[in-house]
Write a protein of this length. Structure first.
Length: 288
């Protein structure tokens, strides 16, 4: 992709002060976007702003908001309206891992807060952003998925539930917003050494189950670099990915850098979507 694929574009990024969110802010800055960076910490946002501007962002504004607060999505969009006359891109990255352990042992308030931050807040931001982006007749929404979206994630039921739900939500919104020229996709970033990994390691083998041992190995061996998923987010936010919508794309395993050669296949199929497996998919004929 070209160096400044997002020049002239305005983008909101949630969870932008650390980890993957910070990597996305820097990557979109290098691509020339104007950014509104969202996080809970004003101090961390100030540093993120400096890094986004140093990377090449045409401008970078910050706004502190806690997505556990039901009023946060409206406040974020109000701030975006204050600084911009248009919105082109929404990146829903902010997420928490939530309670770790078996469902019946989880703190129920923490479980519900995970649903609010990881699912309800992104949905609310999309609901508010779509009519505004639609005024341009083109734009992009990227929702960050993750572990639990395509397989069970025991001991992390709240987190896994939200990540599966955000994928189906994105598939649905992609169809609803297609006529407005808005593309909606999900990114699976891979196993990164971020604050979520630290949360697993702060728990215990009993609480986290088999994932605790996996986390220990990942911490020692190094995880997937956040820059990989950040580059995919830039691609999906740019006009180069026109025609790609309603997909769950792995930054690690899918050949997204070569998607230009497969646009028609992606446009006209259920490749990279979540679907039910039936016996014939596994070579079995069980009749009707």
């Amino acid at each position: 992709m070209t160096d400044r694929d997002l020049a002239g574009k305005n983008a909101i990024i949630t969870g932008a002060s650390r980890g993957l969110g910070l990597a996305i802010a820097e990557a979109m800055g290098r691509a020339g976007a104007s950014l509104l960076l969202i996080s809970r910490s004003s101090d961390a946002l100030a540093e993120a702003r400096k890094r986004a501007l140093a990377a090449g962002a045409s401008e970078a504004s910050v706004f502190a908001a806690d997505l556990q607060d039901e009023s946060a999505p409206e406040a974020i969009l109000a701030e975006a309206h204050r600084i911009w006359s248009r919105l082109d891109i929404l990146i829903n990255n902010a997420a928490i891992i939530g309670p770790i352990g078996k469902l019946w042992e989880n703190d129920w308030t923490e479980w519900q807060n995970t649903i609010r931050v990881n699912l309800l807040a992104p949905a609310a931001l999309c609901r508010l952003a779509v009519p505004w982006i639609a005024q341009n007749r083109r734009g992009a929404i990227v929702n960050i998925s993750g572990g639990g979206a395509t397989k069970a994630r025991p001991h992390f039921s709240a987190y896994g539930t939200t990540k599966a739900a955000i994928v189906r939500f994105s598939e649905t919104l992609a169809e609803e917003a297609a006529a407005q020229g808005i593309r909606v996709n999900c990114v699976a970033p891979g196993a990164m050494n971020t604050a979520m990994l630290e949360a697993v390691l702060r728990s215990s083998p009993d609480a986290a189950g088999a994932e605790y041992t996996q986390a220990e190995k990942q911490a020692l061996q190094g995880g997937t670099p956040p820059d990989l998923a950040a580059s995919l987010c830039v691609y999906l936010a740019s006009d180069r990915s026109a025609g790609i919508t309603g997909k769950l794309i792995s930054a690690v395993w899918d050949p997204w850098r070569d998607f230009d050669a497969h646009i028609e296949d992606l446009r006209n199929s259920d490749i990279y979507t979540v679907r039910r497996i039936v016996p014939t998919d596994r070579g079995k004929d069980w009749g009707k």
